[in-house]
Ligand binder design. Structure first.
Ligand SMILES: Cc1cc2nc3c(=O)[nH]c(=O)nc-3n(C[C@H](O)[C@H](O)[C@H](O)COP(=O)(O)OP(=O)(O)OC[C@H]3O[C@@H](n4cnc5c(N)ncnc54)[C@H](O)[C@@H]3O)c2cc1C
Length: 248
């Protein structure tokens, strides 16, 4: 089985992120980048599909040289090879997908796995957009995947339950937490991954379609309000929750 997994690097969730001087990007100085957590599920699923069906797992990442660290983690997990689509600028989803699509077309895969979304920009657009560009079916937020011949059966998270769907290969699948338990790469594999070559191709010259105008941190939280219990205060609390907090 020819398996492609698209991976992205994202800031570590434990890193304190600040807005950069241009007010449009994060300040990458001192930020620790990791493999996007949802992409770990995608890599793991690719490795399990390879174990069951044979074939190989190719990682594809659009990004700058800094993205190689995330790629090496995927290789250490067990991926066979990797392609870095060199794009040093922060790109919108369309430009990222355009970079991935050329590599994927050339690889002619049976299945393309992605995370459900990146945890930095949270668009959840790359998977469905890639499927559209390649004219393939797409199943998103998948928590269980079964493949038999060309038939694909997937379970996906929906509000308050699960949906079971069927499609056929080749297809695009985006991974949700729960799909599997991503393996921790062993130290020798991490060391070996450092020496593995990563193929590099130039990103296509595609203009971004979405421009970030401003980025700002949420306003600092103000102190909470405390009410003594009384029928009037219950009414006031309900009013504030409805009109100010807008949670009910
Ligand atoms: C400081 C910083 C610098 C960055 N620099 C660059 C850069 O130089 N060039 C660049 O192209 N991007 C760069 N990025 C990443 C880029 O901005 C996002 O990955 C891209 O916009 C996609 O985000 P999204 O929310 O649309 O992804 P989503 O649609 O939420 O992602 C869904 C899934 O698509 C896949 N995916 C997402 N992004 C990529 C990717 N880049 N490559 C392969 N698969 C992917 C993953 O499987 C992911 O789980 C940078 C990000 C940061 C924080």
């Amino acid at each position: 089985m020819n398996i492609v997994v698209c991976i992205s690097q994202t800031p570590d969730t434990a890193t304190k992120v600040a807005v950069g001087a241009d007010g449009k990007n994060i300040d990458a100085k001192g930020v620790k980048f990791v493999l996007n957590p949802y992409d770990e599920f995608a890599v793991e699923e690719g490795l399990q599909l390879r174990a069951a069906n044979g074939g190989e797992v190719t990682l594809v990442c659009v990004g700058g040289d800094g993205a190689k660290e995330a790629i090496r983690l995927g290789i250490a997990m067990g991926a066979d090879k990797a392609v870095l689509v060199k794009d040093e600028e922060r790109a919108d989803s369309f430009r990222v997908v355009s970079g991935i699509a050329d590599v994927v077309r050339a690889a002619n895969p049976d299945i393309i796995l992605l995370g459900r979304q990146s945890i930095d920009y949270d668009s959840a657009q790359v998977g469905p957009m890639l499927a559209e560009m390649l004219d393939m079916p797409c199943v998103s937020f998948v928590t269980k995947l079964e493949i038999s011949g060309n038939a694909v059966r997937a379970e996906r998270d929906i509000e308050g339950g699960k949906e079971v769907v069927e499609t056929s290969l080749p297809c695009v699948v985006t991974a949700q937490k729960g799909l599997n338990e991503p393996r921790y790469p062993k130290l020798p594999d991490i060391m070996k991954a450092k020496a593995k070559p990563i193929a590099e191709v130039a990103a296509p010259s595609v203009a971004a379609r979405v421009e970030t105008l401003a980025m700002r941190k949420p306003a600092d939280k103000t102190g909470g309000k405390i009410f003594e219990f009384s029928p009037e205060n219950v009414k006031e609390l309900v009013r504030l929750l409805h009109e100010e907090a807008k949670v009910i």
